[in-house]
Design a protein around this ligand. Structure first.
Ligand code: SF4
Length: 330
């Protein structure tokens, strides 16, 4: 297997200009994603974690080139795909598929399951007739659905089954990367586990890489190898999953982990309550997390943005409490 990461994002930014006055003269720049960098090795899962509005879905859509980044670089399989277009982009897109949060909304209710899964087989491989039908049957089997489901419509299925259809449709074009945007958050807890198990099995079977977008850290712990915590469009902590859960260093990560329900209520973990939400006014300068930070703040928390630095091997943190002189990346 190649050592080149399947997906690499370098200093990716997506900014939106907002008109601030009635006459449209004053403009503000909203930084949905701000200088984000990470790499995703083949066959592995990277979790992008953060509250709603932290920029995680925007990163996923930029990686797929569904929205254009303002700056930065996206490399897929070693190729810079930041500016490719037309047929070249379409060919690349078949290697990268997205699974959405709401399975019902992502399936065309007027098409049968056979037509939904068969559509990309026609578009990408010009597969038709019996060969397409056989391939759809095979995909139904792979995702745990039955042959008789071929002629049914999405509304006849449960949320978990609809998500399986979405996964089968994505697998139809034999992708290398799946971008999973909160794929289980609309499902019942018992069904969530089944879909997560299916994703885990498919990853082993087809050597898939996953970019797993979620706000649910317990789900992230089950599926991910690496985790990037996002706050207001920036990565604030990035490490392998065990490090994040056993030695979180950023106060935001610590607060999110402390909020995960424990099986034993007397387990002794103290919950850190985050003050306010992401809508708190973003400070004009200094650490973006400062208005909600629960730890003793340093003088320069209010004045300097903490750079993202490597505090130990493969563990990056953006907080003035954890300085590092050697590996600063901002
Ligand atoms: Fe809190 Fe300061 Fe660290 Fe920001 S830099 S997270 S305000 S301690």
């Amino acid at each position: 297997m190649s050592d080149i990461p399947l997906l690499e994002v370098r200093n990716l930014s997506k900014h939106y200009v907002q008109r601030g006055s009635l006459l449209g003269q004053r403009t503000d720049v909203f930084k949905a994603v701000d200088t984000v960098s990470f790499s995703l090795p083949r066959g592995k899962t990277l979790g992008l974690v953060g509250e709603s509005g932290s920029g995680k879905t925007t990163i996923g859509k930029c990686a797929l080139r569904l929205i254009e980044p303002t700056s930065g670089q996206i490399l897929f399989d070693g190729q810079d795909i930041t500016h490719i277009s037309g047929g070249e982009l379409r060919r690349r897109r078949s290697d990268m598929q997205m699974i959405y949060q709401s399975p019902a909304a992502s399936l065309n209710g007027r098409m049968t399951i056979g037509e939904i899964i068969g559509e990309p087989l026609w578009l990408h491989e010009r597969l038709r007739g019996q060969r397409r039908r056989e391939r759809v049957m095979e995909l139904l089997h792979i995702v745990g659905l039955k042959t008789e489901h071929y002629y049914r419509f999405p509304h006849e299925f449960s949320g978990g089954q609809q998500q399986r259809v979405g996964i089968a449709r994505a697998l139809a074009v034999k992708p290398k990367l799946l971008i999973l945007d909160e794929p289980t958050s609309a499902l019942d807890v018992s069904v969530q586990a089944q879909v997560l198990n299916l994703l885990h099995e498919l990853q082993q079977q087809f050597q898939l890489s996953y970019l797993f977008i979620s706000h649910d850290l317990s789900v992230v712990r089950y599926l991910c190898d690496q985790v990037a915590l996002l706050y207001l469009g920036k990565v604030v902590e990035l490490a392998d999953v065990e490090t994040i859960f056993t030695r979180p260093k950023h106060p935001y990560t610590q607060a999110l982990i402390s909020a995960i329900p424990e099986p034993d209520p007397d387990g002794g973990r103290e919950q850190i309550l985050l003050q306010g939400d992401l809508n708190l006014r973003t400070p004009k300068q200094g650490c973006p997390f400062a208005p909600r930070c629960h730890v003793a703040k340093l003088a320069h928390c209010e004045t300097d943005v903490p750079p993202l630095v490597e505090v130990e091997a493969r563990h990056q943190v953006s907080c003035h409490l954890h300085p590092s002189s050697a590996h600063s990346r901002n």
